[in-house]
Design a binder for this molecule. Structure first.
Ligand code: MLC
Ligand code: AMP
Length: 507
C-alpha cells in the first residue's frame, strides 16, 4: 500500500540535498531537511492521538514549518484544514467546531483564546509561531526524523478548505488525495515546470492558490521556491531576477505595474507569470506585455475544483479569457433555469467535471446535492461562454460573491452582522470597483424608522466579529433598497449606482 499524494509530492525527494525553499534571509531549506521536519511533526501528531482521517485545523503564519505541517498531515493521513490568519475568534470557532477538528495548531498569541474552543471539543492544542518556534516544533525536536507514510488511496481525504456560502455559513470542501494530485500533475505538464524552475512564492498558504497550485506543482516538478512570508513589493522587485516563475492574484500584477522599478530588464530571466483567483483586466494584461514583453498566463480555478482552465503555454494567451479546459477536465455551459447545455457562444453557468472536482461539502449533503450533480458536474456559480476558438470567458457570477484582492467575501455574512445592529432595519453589501483590490466591499444601511444608527459603532461590531479583509471600506445610510417585484434586493442597480464611490474619494 502506498500514499500517492505523499509519494509524488514529498517521498520522492527523500534524501535529496537539493534546495526546496529559498528564504528571504538567503538561507535554504533542502528537500531532505524539510522532509525530516515533516516526519518529526508527523510523530508528534500521532503521539498526540491523531488518527488517519482526523482533522487538524491550523491558523499559522507562513513559514517553512507551517508548510512542513501540511506534509506531516499528508504523511500521517490526517486531513489538513488551513485557516486564514486574518480570521477572528468567532470565525475560527465555527471552523473548528464544524470540522470536528481533533487538533488545533495556532500562534502562541491566539492560544489563550482558542484553548477553550479546543477543550470544548476535546481537541488538543499546539502552537506554531511565525519564526517556527512553538510547542509543536519543540516536541518534534526529540522525535525520529523518519516516519513511515500511512497508506492512503486516491479517494481518501487530504484537506478541507472552507468556502463561504450564500446563506452566510461556510462549507468545508472535502478534497481527496486524487483531487490534489491529478491537478498538480496536469499543471506541471501544462506550464512546463522542471527541476530548474524557481517559483517566487508570495501568496498565503491557506488557500488553493498558494498551497495546492503553487506548492504542489513545485513539489511534483522538483523545482524550488523563493518563499516569502507575504507579498512585499520591495522584496519582489529585489528577488524577481532570481526567479523563473511567479504566481499571483491580479493585485500582485497591478501593484508591480504601478512601480517604475518593474521593467523589462528586471523580468528578463523570468519564464512565466501566472494569474488567477480573480479576473485579470484585459487592460492589465496588455500593459504588462508592453512593459515586460511577457504575456501573463491567466487560469481559472476554485476551492472545490482546483484548476479548471488555463491559457496555453504555447499558443495565444488571450487577454480577458481563462483559456481552455485542462486535460481531464470537462467544461460545459448550461442554462441556469433548465440545466440544459447551451449552444456554443451563449452565456450560461459554467459546470465542470473531472478528477479535480471535490467530494462534497463536509456534513452538508443538501448543499452538496445543490451544486454537485449526480452525473459528476459541479455548478461553479460562475457565468461564462466559450468562444468560437474554444477559449472560455468568465462574464459574471451567478452567486452573490465579492472577490477582493483574491479573497472571497460573501455579502450575506456581513449583512447578517449589520442587520443585528441597533437602529438598523436592513442592509445590502455589494462589491464595487477598486484600483488595488479589483473589487472592494461597500455596505448600504437602511435605518429603522425615526432612528439614526451610529455607523462607527456598527463598524466596530463588524470589526470584532469578521476578518479585516471582509470589512466594508465604507458604510452609507440609504432610505431604502431597490427591490424587484418578487421583493428581492436588486444589487445590480446598487452596483451601478455606487460604481464610482471609491474612484470618487480616491481610495
Ligand atoms: C489585506 N487586506 C485586504 C486584503 N488583504 N483587504 C481587502 N482585500 C484583501 N485581499 C487588508 C488588511 O487587513 C489591511 O488592512 C490592509 O488590507 C493591508 O494588509 P496587508 O497585510 O499589508 O496586506 P496587503 O499587502 O494589502 O494584501 C493584499 C494582497 C493579499 C493582495 C497581497 O490580500 C493577498 O495575498 N491576496 C491573495 C489571496 C489569495 O491567495 N487568494 C487565493 C484564493 S484561492 P488595513 O486596515 O491595515 O488597511 C482561489 C482559487 C483560485 O481563489 O482560483 O486560485
Ligand atoms: P474560491 O472559492 O476562493 O476558490 O474562488 C473561486 C472563484 O474565484 C471562482 O468561482 C471565480 O469566480 C473566481 N476566479 C478564479 N480564477 C478566476 C479568473 N481567472 N478570472 C475570474 N474569476 C476567477
Amino acid at each position: 500500500m502506498t500514499n500517492p499524494l505523499y509519494d509524488q509530492l514529498f517521498g520522492k525527494h527523500a534524501g535529496k540535498t537539493t534546495p526546496f525553499l529559498r528564504l528571504a534571509d538567503g538561507s535554504v531549506v533542502t528537500h531532505s531537511a524539510f522532509l525530516q521536519t515533516a516526519a518529526r511533526m508527523a510523530h508528534v501528531l500521532t503521539q498526540n492521538g491523531m488518527q488517519p482521517g482526523d482533522r487538524l485545523a491550523a491558523q499559522v503564519e507562513k513559514s517553512p514549518e507551517a508548510l512542513a505541517l501540511y506534509a506531516a498531515c499528508v504523511q500521517a493521513g490526517i486531513v489538513f484544514l488551513p485557516l486564514n490568519t486574518a480570521y477572528t475568534i468567532d470565525e475560527l470557532t465555527y471552523f473548528i467546531e464544524n470540522s470536528g477538528a481533533r487538533m488545533v495548531v495556532c500562534d502562541a498569541r491566539s492560544e489563550a483564546e482558542l484553548a477553550p474552543v479546543a477543550e470544548k471539543l476535546g481537541a488538543k492544542i499546539q502552537t506554531l509561531n511565525a519564526d517556527g518556534s512553538g510547542t509543536l516544533t519543540t516536541q518534534a525536536q526529540s522525535m525520529p526524523s523518519e516516519f513511515a507514510p500511512v497508506p492512503r488511496s486516491e479517494d481518501d481525504l487530504a484537506a478541507f478548505l472552507y468556502t463561504s456560502g450564500t446563506t452566510g455559513r461556510s462549507k468545508g470542501a472535502m478534497l481527496t488525495q486524487g483531487n490534489l494530485l491529478s491537478n498538480a500533475m496536469t499543471l506541471v505538464e501544462e506550464w512546463r515546470f522542471t527541476e530548474d524552475d524557481v517559483l517566487l512564492h508570495a501568496l498565503p498558504i491557506f488557500h488553493t492558490h498558494g498551497l495546492f497550485v503553487a506548492t504542489n506543482v513545485t513539489l511534483v516538478a522538483g523545482s524550488s521556491m523563493i518563499f516569502l512570508p507575504k507579498f512585499d513589493l520591495d522584496r519582489i522587485i529585489e528577488l524577481l531576477p532570481k526567479a523563473t516563475v511567479m504566481m499571483g492574484v491580479p493585485t500582485f500584477y497591478t501593484r508591480l505595474l504601478d512601480d517604475d522599478r518593474f521593467t523589462r530588464e528586471l523580468t528578463s530571466k523570468m519564464r512565466l507569470f501566472i494569474s488567477g483567483s480573480a479576473p485579470l483586466l484585459a487592460e492589465t494584461h496588455v500593459q504588462f506585455e508592453q512593459r515586460t514583453g511577457h504575456r501573463i498566463l491567466e487560469r481559472y480555478g476554485m476551492t472545490e475544483t482546483n484548476m479548471n482552465t488555463s491559457n496555453p503555454y504555447d499558443g495565444e494567451r488571450r487577454a480577458g479569457t481563462v483559456g481552455f479546459p485542462l486535460p481531464g477536465v470537462e467544461l460545459r455551459i448550461t442554462d441556469p433555469a433548465t440545466g440544459e447545455t447551451l449552444p456554443q457562444g451563449q452565456i450560461g453557468q459554467i459546470e465542470v467535471r473531472g478528477a479535480n472536482v471535490f467530494k462534497g461539502y463536509w456534513q452538508m449533503p443538501e448543499k452538496t446535492a445543490e451544486e454537485l450533480r449526480a452525473d459528476g458536474f459541479f455548478i461553479t456559480g460562475d457565468l461564462g461562454k466559450i468562444d468560437a476558438d474554444g477559449y472560455v470567458h468568465i462574464v459574471g457570477r451567478n452567486k452573490d460573491l465579492i472577490i477582493s484582492g483574491g479573497y472571497n467575501i460573501y455579502p450575506k455574512e456581513i449583512e447578517l452582522v449589520l442587520d443585528e445592529q441597533p437602529g438598523v432595519l436592513e442592509s445590502a453589501v455589494i462589491g464595487v470597483p477598486h484600483a488595488d483590490f479589483g473589487e472592494t466591499v461597500l455596505g448600504l444601511v437602511v435605518p429603522k424608522k425615526g432612528e439614526t444608527p451610529d455607523l462607527d459603532a456598527v463598524m466596530q461590531a463588524v470589526t470584532s466579529s469578521l476578518a479585516r479583509f471582509k470589512h466594508p471600506r465604507k458604510l452609507i445610510l440609504v432610505d431604502e433598497l431597490p427591490r424587484n417585484t418578487m421583493g428581492k434586493v436588486q444589487k445590480n442597480i446598487l452596483r451601478e449606482q455606487y460604481a464610482d464611490v471609491f474612484a470618487a474619494v480616491g481610495n
